[in-house]
Design a protein around this ligand. Sequence first.
Ligand SMILES: *Cc1c(COP(=O)(O)O)cnc(C)c1O
Length: 415
Amino acid sequence: MELRAFQYRDRALYCEDVALADIAERAGTPCYVYSSATILEHYRAYDETFGATPHTICYAVKANGNLALLRLLAQAGAGFDIVSGGELFRVLKAGGDPARIVFSGVGKTAAEINDALTAGIFNFNCESEPELALIDALAHRRGIQARVALRVNPDVEADTHHYISTGRLAHKFGVDIGEAEAIYDRARKLENLLIEGVSCHIGSQILDPAPVMEAVDRVLALIDRLRAKGFDIRHADLGGGLGVAYKPEESTPSIADFVTKLKAKAEGRGLRVVLEPGRSIVAAAGALLTKALYRKKTGEKEFVIVDAAMNDLIRPALYDAYHEILPLRLSGSPQIRADIVGPVCETGDFLARDREMAEVMPGDALAVCTAGAYGFVQATTYNARRLSVEVLVEGDKWRVVRQRQTYEDLIRGEE
Ligand SMILES: *Cc1c(COP(=O)(O)O)cnc(C)c1O
């Protein structure tokens, strides 16, 4: 049974063995809190289910790039999926092994490619022919060969929010799987490339594994055809995308079940399987703590105004995402129905709408759950609000792993 990172004990909400009220009190709010045990448990579920099947689990840094989290995962043996030079910098700072880094993304610049070549990363997931040509030219200049995979677009529909679905031909990602063979053929002439992989990633927050399995079948069939033509394809990067339950009643395939299915398809083919999970490793491991400032009623509607806002957690505004919101102390007070909103001057600034929850009084602290992925990383300083503090919990210990910005930080570099 999966460990839940956040649980009540004696009516107080805990992260592992730490009462969240202590953290809210001492670190202040808004505050992101992460459970290290949960992050490691999720990573290990991927790693251990593959067992002896050759595999590399490349945590998708874009889900949450805090150095302390990256260090934790690097020490557990994880690889990393990066999408920018900044993420490469973070991973190297955290002690990540360059030989386990894959570089994804449609718009890699020459400077970023050069940095990745200097670091000696495992592989570039290329998304276009001009990108292949650029990597070839930059590798040539250094007298080295760069390992590449072509990201193919398998044209399957992942049933997810349209902003995070990526596997249809209308999306900007990858190359049409139908054109892939011809591109691989042309890429043979690029002598500074080692063409050793095929990659795909069809979207994020996928709750039904069927489209992923469909995509895997198409990728494996392509690999068979490429091998028949003499390409030495050694790895299949099957992307990330496994979803998590944001609502208590939602069900998702477990990491172990999902990997068991993938493994069954890939096994016995002499292939290393690379996965790029982000959300499924960190989402449930994180919560955003916030404090209620005011309550007010307008006409029919009731509002709870809290000190966290869309600049801290944009998922409700951007994806209409649902996050469970729990009081740090259970009070047994009557239920209310309210919008939980922040101080930012936008009607889109809400954390929850029409939410039924126990009555919240000014000063009460709340946890916005399942906020470990695409939370802090999408935070901005809109309204000149400072980036929040981040805390990592390990058993009965916790520490600040990113300090809250100061007002001076806000204006650094401006004149
Ligand atoms: C975003 C992304 C991931 C991670 O997706 P999750 O849904 O967080 O697991 C992996 N690979 C690529 C190429 C991505 O763009």
